[in-house]
Design a protein around this ligand. Structure first.
Ligand code: 5GP
Length: 203
C-alpha cells in the first residue's frame, strides 16, 4: 500500500505525514529528491537536495519512480524507485507527499496500490498565515498560493479522500480513521502507538 498525500503549500501535509508515522510503526516515509533550496525551518532529512545537473543525470538512469517540475519556480521533485521498492519488499506501507499532477499520473499505474489523500483548508487565509509563520517570502507565498490553490483544489476529485486541516487535531483523527479502514480492507494488522509523543512542529 502506498499512501500519497497532496495539497496546497501550508495545508499541513508534512506534519500529518509525520504524525501518521508516529502512530503506525509499519508506515515508512519515502524520501523526496529535489533541486530546490533547503529552508531554514526545514528538519534534516526532509529532502535529499541536489543540483539540476545531478537530477537530470538520475532521470537518464531511470532512478525515479516519478518526478516532476513543480511550481512556477520550476524546481524538480522526485521519488527514488529503490527506496519505494525497499519499503514494499519489507511488507511495510509507503507514505509520501507529491504534487497533484504527478499523483494523477502515478495513480494510473495499476501495479501500485495507491490510496490518495488530498489535504486542504476551508479558509484560505489559514494558508497565508501558515506560510508567513514558516518564514516564506511574500514572493514565494504569491507563487505558491495565488494561482496554485484553485487549480490544486480542483484536482481533489481524483483522490480517494479529502481531509480539511483548518483544525489540525481533527484532521489527524480523520486521517487515522481512513488509514484504519484501508488497513482493514487489506487485512493489514498493526499495533498502533498509543503513547504518542508528538515532537514535531505542526506547521
Ligand atoms: P515543498 O517545496 O513545499 O516542500 O513542496 C512543493 C511541492 O512538491 C508539494 O506539492 C509537494 O507535495 C511536492 N513534492 C514533494 N516531494 C515530491 C516528489 O518526490 N515528487 C513529486 N512529484 N512532488 C513532490
Amino acid at each position: 500500500m502506498f499512501i500519497i498525500i497532496s495539497g496546497p503549500s501550508g495545508s499541513g501535509k508534512t506534519p500529518l505525514l509525520y504524525r501518521m508515522m508516529e502512530i503506525y510503526p509499519n508506515i515508512k516515509k519515502i524520501q523526496s529528491y529535489t533541486t530546490r533550496q533547503s529552508r531554514k525551518t526545514e528538519v534534516r532529512g526532509t529532502y535529499v537536495y541536489m543540483t539540476k545537473a545531478q537530477f537530470e543525470q538520475k532521470i537518464k538512469e531511470n532512478f525515479f519512480l516519478e518526478f516532476n517540475k513543480v511550481h512556477k519556480d520550476q524546481e524538480y521533485y522526485g521519488t527514488g524507485r529503490a527506496s519505494y521498492e525497499k519499503v514494499i519488499k519489507n511488507g511495510q506501507v509507503a507514505i509520501k507527499d507529491i504534487d497533484v499532477d504527478s499523483y494523477k499520473m502515478i495513480k494510473q499505474n495499476k501495479d501500485l496500490d495507491i490510496v490518495g489523500i488530498y489535504v486542504t483548508v476551508k479558509r484560505r487565509s489559514v494558508l497565508f498565515d501558515r506560510l508567513r509563520e514558516r518564514g516564506e517570502s511574500e514572493r514565494t507565498i504569491r507563487l505558491r498560493l495565488f494561482d496554485r490553490v484553485d487549480y490544486e483544489n480542483k484536482q481533489s476529485c481524483f483522490y480517494d479522500y479529502v481531509v480539511y486541516t483548518d483544525k489540525f487535531e481533527n484532521a489527524s483523527n480523520e486521517l487515522e480513521k481512513i488509514i484504519d479502514k484501508e488497513f482493514k480492507k487489506r487485512g493489514i494488522v498493526v499495533k498502533k502507538n498509543e503513547k504518542r509523543e508528538f515532537t514535531r512542529p505542526l506547521f
